[in-house]
Ligand binder design. Sequence first.
Ligand code: TYM
Length: 344
Amino acid sequence: MNEAVQTSSPFTPRVFSGIQPSGNLHLGNYLGALKRFVDMQSDDMQTLYCMVDMHAITVWQNPEDLRRATRELCAGFIAAGLDPNKSILFNQSQVAEHAQLAWVFNCVARMGWMQRMTQWKDKAGKNQQNASLGLFAYPALMAADILIYHATHVPVGEDQKQHLELTRDIAIKFNHDYGVDHFPITEPVIEGAATRVMSLRDGSKKMSKSDPSDASRINMTDDADTIAKKIRKAKTDPDALPSEAKGLEERPEARNLVNIYAALADTTVDAVLADVGGKQFSEFKPMLSELAVEKLAPISTEMARLMQGQDEIDRILASGATRAREIAAPILKKTYEIVGMVGA
Ligand code: TYM
């Protein structure tokens, strides 16, 4: 079994994670999440990967764009190496149990917990009164996504750590309030060299789909020329690369590019620096471009091919949803029984 899921918990190891179908899939999503999803796919453990369309609508989405982005994300999952026969791939809204459990969790989680979430503060900004109620309750739905499957392990990027801590708090409070051991205390799996990929234009900002500058990110649909151009223009400093990770501490842009290289090459930052220490960026950037194109171009080509067969994508999502519901329904039923709902 995968080392990341060694556990002493009495719950059977099961992996769940999700990505929002809002805007483009970018290199941060790929290295921080999707590539890790593929690494965790295994024959002897259930893995569920979800396109969280209900999370996406916590901020306005044009319906046509949402439909397209959901299918494109599914194409991205498969093109990156997820096998619909091994992993359960589906979109969240097709499994109503997520929303049903989220309501229960809305009644378990406290307003103060939600108010502390940095993603809420960032996304709602100064105008919290005008943000949707769904955006505020977002982490309770996320906890429901995970716990409706009794998932024990959740691969994510660094920015989701706080939400996963809240998921644990919700499970602990539910178990405590009802005097049960019903929900597992989920382990975040935040691993690899690129758990926080930064903007190519500003090493202090996360690479994100909401950055107005397209040059700040590499999209999974970018072609080879665009990838090379963005890396060529990426912000750096004038110094040569150090030969040890310590030398990157005060150099956010340099560190970001080395992290990206290490994650794409499936190696460590130390191993990369042992190789490229002493080189100038004029030499390192073309190496990074070549590696990025080698790894990403086949994914974008395959995504484009899969997008030609929309019916097949819809069939995969529907069949994934059926399999997901088989796991979710008995867990929801048990939860309703615990809570005291008649007819559960
Ligand atoms: P989302 O859609 O914003 O991002 C999807 C995944 O990509 C990771 N990620 C990054 N990793 C490294 N560097 C970056 N710059 C970067 N940007 C994004 C995120 O950490 C995430 O793993 N709330 C989640 C979606 C979600 C979910 C869940 C995740 C809903 N329910 C249940 C896990 C389990 C989100 O907004 O991800």
